[in-house]
Design a protein around this ligand. Structure first.
Ligand code: NAI
Length: 733
């Protein structure tokens, strides 16, 4: 089947991307040769005066096919070099072919898709609010390997280009025009094609500013003395950009993500030579990142894995699609208000109930606040505000919940109260929906779902739907199966999660479920390090250097030490934890000192008014700092291994059901570093044999909590990591 159509109309060749083998247009082994063939046909046809590249799909070209990149990831670098060199050859020929080539950008053009546009002579985009334009490769550990790092700075200047490429920014059409990524905006598809034709008619032989016509041969060739707009690399501006920029990126990535620094190097080296040589330099840097473990992990978990989870990888297959149209929310506090907002925004009718109408109204105000900010920042269409707010009905009356497809309780974390509201609200659930009865969800963060379900008349329709705070920003929802929860209830919970555009993972009922249990070990190991006399600064830097968003002590302050005390105390009561447990002991001590954490403006840190937090000087009295300090690598190792081994235990115990859920949950819920691929993939990242060996050493030195499980040992003997358990990568898009 042709992936790309070729037609000639009124002296202009139309090359239209319309892939049949993939839901989206992507650059891959099938489309690239066909694109090249179409271009060759246009070059060779003397009647063709110009070429328009466009797409018949809603998007222009979404980027490179990441499966192709993954296939070549751990092969010989030469294989990857071929991918980049081939694209560069095709795109460069387009640029110097002597005929005008135009990109008629009807929709999204990202990564390699936008690199096609960059190699054309004129870019006109349709005024389409859904269009996103940009070089986003860095977000999956790559760099633009088809000329992007060289053409964009030559067009818009180094500083502007570096900001966009190192951050992987996506721009809307208007912004793309303002920043010079495209030349014009067309109001309609017809106007877009007419503007493309007009450019062709007016520019029969366009030459890029970084090219020139060779006087002897008459051919277009690279120019050696091209001046980059805004200053060359060696200009004072250039020197500043590269020294300050590299330092900033190093601070941000802590050396864990190679791509941003490779992009800097690429631009720095490439801009000092002509475009032909620059493209060779770019290809070399591209191969370095594209064959890295980090790129493999980011593509595997954060792109392909996330797509798989969002397509319902954990959804029971035998249940027809369900649709939550009316949701009831019990408790309009921090969490209830957030859940109401994301639901209303997704077009769901919301009944928001609290103990009084005033309390419920206050919860609705939260949505008004977010929407107001969104409008101010241009992120929310002002015309939509009223309709979103109209969907939220604040109430103090259960009767308003009549006919809800789903009710989620987010009242105080109290077993008896939750049981009471369950009994009162459950009868309001829809009974005669065509897709099945209504489902009851609990947003509890710690109480076992099977126990809470005992209050329900239909425990099979009771499920945990655990959101993270702040609800509008956190992308993950942890869905918890109680002992009696049915596949039907799970399907409803997953369909709802997708409707509000969040990513679901499914876990089994267990203390702390999956995410809180593993996250707790990060904070706990921070306290173990303190107890061992490690300098608190070293502990915090170790956490951040390992790639965690904040240090373990800072995050414990945010969670609050009284909560750690309460939860660990409950675990001791239930016989699941020893009273000598370090986090219990430390939390108790801090609670006694009245240092409850950030909310009390005193915890491991002091929080002076109007200034940045500082580590509490009194820490040294409680935990004297030893003279001999470990290396920062040892601190990082302890912090990461402790979390990973807990994730392994959860996986073995069946708390988390798939490797993908374990990985995604770790990154999205508690910020486990994405470069590792996630908490389970971390084992493969360091290598199974190294993992077991190191974990044994840590266990011998610091305690049995690090001891590898028997399954891990067996895996190490076989030399097989968790990768074997991963499903094959699904199609892109
Ligand atoms: P919150 O204290 O902000 O809100 C609780 C709300 O429930 C209050 O507005 C209260 O008036 C209301 N309420 C009490 N009794 C009620 C009743 N009979 N009917 C209706 N409403 C009633 O608490 P928050 O932080 O929103 O937590 C709610 C639940 O979510 C808890 O189970 C908590 O463990 C869980 N959770 C909290 C997270 C967090 O970061 N705060 C994260 C994930 C889950």
């Amino acid at each position: 089947m042709p992936e790309i159509q070729y037609t000639v109309d009124r002296d202009v060749a139309l090359i239209t991307w319309n892939m049949s083998s993939s839901p989206m247009n992507v650059l891959n082994d099938l489309s690239i040769p066909q694109f090249e063939e179409a271009l060759q046909q246009a070059y060779a046809d003397e009647t063709v005066k110009g070429i328009i590249v466009t797409s018949a799909k809603p998007e222009f070209v979404a980027g490179a096919d990441l499966k192709m990149i993954l296939r070549n990831n751990d092969k010989e670098p030469a294989e990857m070099l071929k991918v980049s060199a081939e694209l560069n050859r095709i795109f460069r020929q387009m640029e110097v072919c002597g005929k005008p080539v135009v990109a008629a950008i009807n929709g999204t053009a990202l990564g390699g898709g936008y690199e096609i546009c960059l190699a054309t002579h004129y870019r006109v985009a349709l005024d389409n609010p859904k269009t996103q334009i940009g070089l986003v490769e860095v977000t999956i550990g790559l760099l633009p390997g088809a000329g992007g790092t060289q053409r964009l700075p030559r067009m818009i200047g180094m500083q502007a280009a570096l900001m966009l490429i190192t951050e992987g920014k996506k721009l809307g059409v208007q912004e793309a025009k303002a920043q010079g990524l495209i030349d014009d905006i067309a109001p309609t598809p017809e106007a877009m094609m007419e503007m493309a034709r007009a450019y062709i008619a007016a520019n029969p032989t366009p030459v890029k500013p970084w090219d020139q016509i060779d006087k002897k041969t008459g051919k277009i060739v690279a120019r050696d003395n091209f001046k980059v707009p805004g200053g060359n690399v060696q200009s004072p501006v250039g020197a500043q950009i590269f020294t300050a920029g590299t330092a900033m990126l190093m601070d941000k990535t802590r050396g864990n993500y190679p791509a941003p620094l490779e992009i800097m190097a690429c631009v720095y080296e490439g801009l000092q030579v002509n475009i032909d040589r620059a493209l060779v330099i770019e290809a070399r840097h591209f191969v370095k990142v594209a064959t890295s473990k980090v790129a493999k992990n980011l593509i595997g978990t954060m792109f392909l894995g996330m797509n798989e989870a969002n397509k319902g990888a954990s959804r029971p297959k035998n249940i027809p699609k369900t649709d939550v149209r009316k949701v009831g929310i019990l408790g309009a506090g921090m969490m209830g208000a957030g859940i109401a907002y994301v639901s209303a925004q997704a077009g769901i009718e919301v009944v928001l109930k609290d103990v009084s109408l005033e309390a419920a109204e206050k919860g609705k105000e939260y949505s008004r606040g977010i929407l107001k900010k969104g409008v101010e920042r241009g992120k929310v269409d002002p015309l939509q505000v009223d309709s979103i707010l109209d969907r939220i009905k604040p109430t103090a009356d259960y009767a308003d919940m009549q006919g809800c497809d789903l009710i989620i309780e987010a009242v105080f974390e109290n077993r008896e109260l939750k049981a009471q509201v369950t009994r009162e609200a459950e009868p309001m659930l829809a009974q005669d929906n065509p897709t099945g009865p209504g489902v009851f969800g609990s947003n509890t963060s710690t109480l076992p779902i099977s126990g809470l379900a005992e209050a329900a008349a239909k425990p099979e329709n009771f499920i945990g739907i655990h959101f993270f705070s702040p609800v509008d920003k956190m992308m993950l929802v942890e869905i918890i199966m109680g002992k009696q929860t049915s596949d039907y209830a799970l399907a409803v919970a997953i369909d709802y999660t997708r409707k509000i555009r969040k990513t679901p993972i499914v876990v089994n009922d267990s203390r702390g479920f999956y995410t809180s249990r593993c996250f707790g070990t990060y904070s706990a190991e921070g306290m173990e390090l303190l107890k061992d006399g490690v300098s608190p600064i070293l502990i915090e830097n170790g956490g951040k250097d390992a790639g965690m968003p904040v240090g373990p002590l800072a995050v414990t302050d945010e969670v609050a030490l009284d909560l750690v005390y309460k939860i660990s105390g409950q675990s001791i009561k239930d016989g699941a934890l020893s009273e000598t447990d370090t986090s219990y002991q430390v939390a108790r001590q801090f609670v006694e000192l009245g240092r409850l954490g950030k909310k009390a403006k005193a915890g491991f840190y002091d929080y002076p008014e109007g200034a940045a937090k500082i580590l509490w000087p009194g820490l040294a009295q409680i935990f004297p700092v030893s003279e001999a300090q470990p290396t920062i690598d040892e601190v990082k190792t302890r912090l990461l291994y402790r979390q990973a081994i807990e994730a392994v235990r959860c996986f073995e115990e069946g708390v988390v059901r798939t490797k993908l859920d374990a990985d995604l949950g770790s990154i999205l819920a508690w910020g486990f570093p994405a470069y590792t691929g996630g908490a389970l993939s971390f084992v493969d990242f360091v290598g199974i044999e190294t993992f077991v060996e190191t974990a044994d050493r840590l266990a011998d030195t610091y305690g049995e909590r690090f001891r590898p499980t028997d399954t891990l040992r067996a895996m190490a003997t076989r030399g097989e990591g968790f990768a074997k358990m991963a499903k094959p990568a699904p199609a892109v898009g």
